[in-house]
Design a protein. Sequence first.
Length: 805
Amino acid sequence: MEWGAASTADASLFWNPAAISYLSQVLLALVLAAYLTRRAFADSTQGRFHPATWLLAILMLSLVFALFTSLLRVLTGGGWLSYAMPWSEPGGLATLAMPWARPFGAIAPLAMIALAYVFPNPLPGARREMRIVAIFLAGLIAAETVIAIRADIAMIAREAWWRPQWLAGWMHVGMIWAAIVFWRQLIAAQPIDLQRPARQGPLSRLALLWHPASSREAKVARAFLFLTILPILHTAALYFPDESLANFPFEILICWLVLLQLVGLTLVLVGYLPERTTFLFKLTVIGFAVLLAAVNGAAWVVAPAYQEQFRAPDLPSSGDALLFVPRGGDLGYAVQPTVFLPERVRGPALAGNGGRIDLPFEFPFYGRAYDHVYVGALGTIAFGRMPHPVDAAFEDGSLPAIYPMLVELPETGTQITAVIDRERLVVTRRDRCNREDMSRCYQIQTILHSDGRIAMQFLDVPPAPRYAMLSPLAAPWVIGITPGGQADAGPALLQDHYRTFMVHLDRLFAPFVLFILLTALAALIGLPLIFRSFLLAPLERLMSGIRRYREGDSDTQVPVAFSDEIGFLIESFNALAREQTALTRRLEDRVADRVAEIADMTIQSTKLEERARLSADLHDAIAQTLASAALHASALPTRLHQLAPPDREAAEQVARLNRHALSEMRHLLSELRDEGEQWSLTHRLNELVESFTRLYALKVECDINEAASLPPEVIAMFYRVAQESLNNVLKHSGVSEVELVFDAMEDRALLSVSDAGRGFDPTAGGRRERLGLSIMRDRAATIGARLEIDSAPQQGCRVTMIWFR
């Protein structure tokens, strides 16, 4: 390694696992902040103002800036020691931005506490309390802003100033208060009777953490309560910076907890708000966070082994010695190896924090003479004031100093002795170490000669010091001399081994950055496309099918794209829709059948009522008259016995006709009253033939064969046609013989009535004849039968009626 001054022209930001962690957090916070901000503006423009969305958007935006400035700090590598480092420009924007991590980060507790007061519902009776807390926190944020400005001024002035670490405690307290408010929200979300202290003790309220939530608001409050605990743990870890930064698994856990908290806060909020279009966002942000967590974990996993490989080049080892010789004028010093000739360790021990040593001679250093020096706790020798390790962080140092080996003390401490004589000062650092700390134990001797020469004797140096990122003093950092701010006194001669270590890490992790950025871009573009194609599109088709089915499209079927869980769900819906549709149609058919039956029954009932009414009317109006006429007609032959035989025969014929008419009327009334109790057609035709034979001496040759029962309406029509045909034979044929044939099978029936009388022309005849034939045709048409009349003058007549089922 060459000796030289620090140069800000070289790379000043070095990638390391901690920077990868912060980059992952910045990317996730940026995505969430963009989404929440866009959604907050969209809701506001639509008249749906959600304070919780705005507060969480403000929280995420503040975290973006806080995490980004923290990223700059870990890229610089100073860790908890300093914002600036020798290779960074103290007045540069990157360096000046680092102290602002605190003010931006301080906005997060304020937003979180305000969110706790208003979400999921405004906390009852806490409006005044919320205002007081908000004003108090705003004052603390203003104080943090003043501190950040003071830190920037100190860096511009190359001044070693920083605020005490304990001041970060108020943020810790703020997050604890947010957790308390969310706890109160959880209690307020319980039913009224459970909120009364008399009914619910401390243990019962504590059980609310794991008992099933009684409402949706209780679930949200409990989720935010758990998520608020995570930053409390993170803030608590800040009190142990050295231990946490040296523990890789703990750093992985911290990063993952931050990612989990960011995602959890957003998902709980968007899951509670009345919105149905966040499913794709939830899947994308979860996948994005998992991807970042995996990359971050991979960076921390490979870091230990790669870090162990580092060996500081040209780091002095035990038995080495360096000699710095003045070159005169403004040329500064020259450095060269020298013979290892250490002085015997003797002299009084300095105080634990070092002290001032007055010299018996004037020591020339970079063109100036000093009669006293200051020896620091780490063995650093400075001119002008007591040295501090942060002095080495400002380019070539903020004051003239000699760094024999800038490295932190072991836990067991050290002893610094100083011996003065007329021509030299011998300062020896001897670390007190046990066997466990031998890898961190150093013994170095610095000799200042009165002529300006400086000798460094390395008595004991561990063979392979373990460097740690963000901990410059964990291993030898700077070796050499510097004039501080005296730019005209000559160049500084420094070896920055910690910067070499950071360059070593940057070689491995710088490619991670491009990989993370490209992967993040691909994830933000590709994950929505993948989820939409393989998950959301099938679900949207299923939801569309469900909506169509609910709107009445019972034949809805959703196409199955993939035979996965969603495909199984779609197929199950299709099967359910088919079964439900089939069941509905079966029910509709059964209902239609029942309706038809009811309609038939209604028609039948109407017919029965009409027949009953007609029967009653016929009975009252005609049957009684026919009965009286038949009674009087039956008495005529007895009363007119003195008449001639033809006249008595006519009187008897009138009596028979009246009795026949009365019998027909009674038979008709019986049919009208009792339609269900029908005689067979054979029986009725035989009665009809017998009545015509008895009353009119009409000889009827019958051939009746009824092999199957016929419907009642068919029987009635065949009977009426047969009756009308016999009446026509009796009235018009002029013969006393007629042939009647009836044949009935299960699906057909035939009736034929024929005579050998005078016949007639079916197309001619009087009005009465045409009316009788028309009535018979109408009766046949009523049951779907065909009526045929075969007749001609002097050739008889045949009436045929054929019916098919």
